[in-house]
Design a protein around this ligand. Sequence first.
Ligand code: AP5
Length: 214
Amino acid sequence: MKLIMLGPPGVGKGTQAQKLCKEFDMKQISTGDILREAVKNKTPLGEEANSYMTLGKLVPDSVMLGLVENTLFNDNAPTSYILDGFPRTVPQAEGLTKLFKEHNDEIDIILLFEADSSMIVERLSARRTCKDCKTVYNLISMPPKTEGVCDHCNGELYQRDDDKKETIQNRLKIYTKQTEPLVDYYSTTGKVKRVEAAGSPNEVYQLTRKQIVK
Ligand code: AP5
């Protein structure tokens, strides 16, 4: 199964992707995680991406398409995965469609997560992520058992640089302008499934599952 997750920053895509991957043995391909790892390791990709990410801007389409092509189309590529955070612009979606055509493959489902922006700002401001295994927590809705420490691997929890209030607002504006048009782009495929993401993580997971398991 191959899924795309669409939805504003902080709506809970990563949280739901981690749950789905556990149950359905899929691989989460988060372009945000790949870029953050590159920034941490100071690779050429990381050096290029860093200035965009800290301002909440999108990394250029050509860079992202190259990265995704290398990840999805090689001999060791996963066969069942969730694209979390890609595509994010119409040119990225067009590029992805072209790549799938060339490889005689297709996406099965596009999950669209929706919640209002005040809830999103609240969620992002309280997010903490494990530096090692990338598990996502929330100081209000999903706190770790011990403050600052990952329940799963004892890794250190940190707050992302782009989870500051001004950057969150910028990311939301960019989502509306550059990513929301993808809903129209994919509307004719009949593959877009909407998920109301305002409930608790487990409630949202049940709604997500229903869109996948018929
Ligand atoms: P990326 O890492 O993809 O960030 P994002 O899309 O902004 O999404 P987030 O990770 O912020 O949120 P999420 O929806 O996954 O929410 P989460 O589950 O963590 O991208 C970062 C940057 O990288 C971009 O700004 C850009 O610069 C660059 N980039 C990445 N991909 C790119 C691309 N394709 N093109 C160009 N640039 C790209 O949840 C948020 C919080 O809420 C957590 O604390 C969680 O515990 C909590 N929570 C989740 N669900 C619930 C719930 N149901 N109830 C209560 N709390 C909840």
